[in-house]
Design a protein around this ligand. Structure first.
Ligand code: ATP
Ligand code: MG
Length: 563
């Protein structure tokens, strides 16, 4: 788990992207599925989707696209105690946003409950399932271990009639929660523990969000999942590695029932360092208010990443670049940041924003003059055009771009030093004004009129160029800067994972100033603040038209992964 993924270059042929493509290629050659390719994404609606789910969505949808097949969105809503409509809605929104087109094929496992019940009756009639009166603890303790076989339940040899009768009464609500289960009758001595008479139905007297009070018995994942795949005529049922040992059971149920039998294929789940990915842990972060909500921009959820300014294109690029593996590994979050920088570099309009302002008065610039300067919107894409920047006697620069006692190699502004203002003039710092505590609060500078960017005749050269905004036209905004959510690489591996939350994962700057062209920026718009990073207009924090910008990512990787 602590090995870092290297970037894998996908092969040129779209049909050989990974080992699953090879399996499907073979199936098409042998006509196993009569030319069909049908995949699905089967989330349980018990939380919001995270970037690991995005990997599964892109993989399953990508296969259906590349092989001209079909892709279903199916809610695995078999556990009423943890599932909610809010999660269903958010999942639909996220899957659509990622661009995975399920057309009209949106399904709910709970719609198959009647069919599943009938199939269970069929297994009972074949003598392959029985009602067991052992409680949860007893079932667990009689299951055996990896080295010891399990013990057969004393209820294992009930007659078919008795089983049919009891199962029917389980359904009609005669028994309490946990009083009885329906179990498959397989082999208590099987080397695979999953085959030691696994539970198919539990009694749970709870209302289902779609089925209401119709059911008080609910199917387990192992029983339900293969049936869902089979009913939908899925061909390739792609899941994560932890289900590898469940595959014999998936196959056993479908073989016993003689139903359409998809092939289960497992791949390694995506793990990202410096975050957690299990829905249980993400739910805890939300419920206990460690973050604002599921879509907090620090969360690895799709909705959090979207608010943070991630694009679906970057997420797709990222999940494809790390490839599909057969072995679990930890992926470095800087690879994700690489993908988003790459994408935003092409699409984000540039602008100037000063996060922590320091005022400059240009003493030799006429007092009421406002000059219009021209700035390029995106040097990577001339079609994005140019914009106008106001320049005047009073401007703001970044506090960190001035130093009274600079270290060697500091090329920005110092007392008596010169610097170029981006798209404008070269200025010289004549005097630093301090307050009572000795803090520099304002600079008096002079400008060289013949150094105007583009048209100036001067041959004067300086080493540094800094960004700025004109004081009277600048717009005051809030800016939120984010750091990693956790201070250690693999918080999930520690019981006290919450103690590794990064106390500085968000910094809120209320007095930032941006150039006036941004006053009409729209929610979700991507902008590069020159030298400060890529930002995006937040969808939630803005109040009374006040703009709030989330930093999506810095311009450079400021953090190096360990070799
Ligand atoms: P979690 O462990 O976060 O609760 P889950 O697997 O229980 O996730 P599901 O809603 O059952 O969540 O997942 C839906 C699909 O997404 C499954 O097919 C699952 O294999 C896949 N999936 C979940 N997490 C990841 C991940 N980290 N990487 C790749 N695929 C994933
Ligand atoms: Mg699951």
């Amino acid at each position: 788990m602590n090995e870092l993924h290297n970037m894998e270059i996908s092969s040129a042929s779209p049909k050989k992207k990974n080992f699953i493509y090879e399996i499907i290629d073979d199936d098409l050659q042998t006509n196993k599925w009569k030319g069909d390719v049908h995949t699905r994404f089967p989330p349980e609606p018990n939380g919001y989707l995270h970037i690991g789910h995005a990997k599964s969505i892109f993989l399953n949808y990508g296969i259906s696209e590349d092989f001209h097949g079909k892709f279903n969105l199916r809610f695995d809503d078999t556990n009423p105690s943890k599932e909610e409509q809010e999660y269903v809605d958010s999942i639909i929104e996220d899957v659509k946003w990622l661009g995975a087109d399920f057309e009209k094929r949106i399904f709910f496992a709970s719609d198959y409950f009647d069919q599943m019940y009938q199939l269970a009756v069929e297994l009972i009639k074949k003598g392959k399932a029985y009602v067991c009166d052992l409680n949860g603890d007893e079932i667990r303790s009689s299951r055996g271990t990896l080295t010891e076989p399990g013990k057969e339940s004393p209820f294992r040899n009930r007659s078919i009639e008795e089983n049919l009768n009891l199962f029917q009464r389980m359904r009609t609500g005669e028994f309490r929660d946990g009083e009885k289960t329906l179990r498959a009758k397989i082999d208590m001595a099987s080397p695979n523990i999953n085959l030691r008479d696994p539970i198919m139905y539990r009694i749970v007297h709870e209302e289902h969000q779609r089925q209401g009070k119709k059911w008080c018995i609910y199917p387990t994942y192992d029983w339900a999942h293969g049936l869902e795949d089979s009913i939908e005529k899925i061909t390739h049922s792609i899941c994560t590695l932890e289900f590898e040992n469940h595959r014999p059971l998936y196959d056993w149920f479908l073989n016993e029932l003689g139903m359409h039998h998809p092939q289960q294929i497992e791949f390694a789940r995506l793990n990202l360092n410096y975050t957690v990915m299990s829905k249980r842990k993400l739910l805890q972060l939300v419920k206990d208010n460690y973050v604002d909500d599921w879509d907090d921009p620090r969360m690895p959820t799709i909705s959090g990443l979207r608010r943070r300014g991630y694009t679906s294109e970057a997420l797709k690029d990222f999940t494809e670049s790390i490839g599909v593996a057969k072995r679990d590994a930890m992926t470095d979050i800087s690879l994700l940041e690489f993908s988003i920088r790459n994408d935003l570099n092409k699409r984000a309009q540039r602008a100037m924003a000063v996060l922590r302002p320091l005022k400059i008065v240009i003493t030799n610039y006429p007092e009421d003059q406002v000059e219009e300067l021209e700035a390029v919107n995106n040097p990577e894409d001339a079609s994005m055009g140019k914009r106008v920047l106001p320049f005047s006697r009073e401007i703001f620069i970044e506090q960190t771009d001035f130093m009274e006692n600079p270290p060697k190699g500091f090329h920005r502004l110092i007392p008596g030093g010169e610097v170029r203002l981006r798209y404008a003039y070269i200025i010289r710092c004549d005097e630093a004004i301090k307050n009572e505590t000795g803090e520099v609060v304002e600079l008096y500078c002079s400008f060289y009129p013949d150094t105007k960017s583009g048209t100036g005749t001067s041959t004067k050269k300086v080493k540094g160029t800094i960004h700025w905004v004109s004081a009277s036209q600048a717009v005051s905004v809030e800016v939120r800067l984010y750091e990693r959510l956790f201070t250690i690489e693999n918080p999930a591996s520690d019981e006290n994972w919450l103690s590794f939350l990064n106390p500085n994962s968000v910094e809120i700057i209320t007095g930032a100033l941006v150039e006036p062209s941004l006053s009409k920026a729209k929610i979700g718009e991507h902008i590069q603040f020159e030298r400060n990073g890529y930002f995006c207009v937040d969808s939630k924090y803005a109040i009374n038209e006040r703009l709030v910008f989330n930093r999506t990512v810095t311009l450079k990787d400021s953090w190096r992964p360990k070799k």
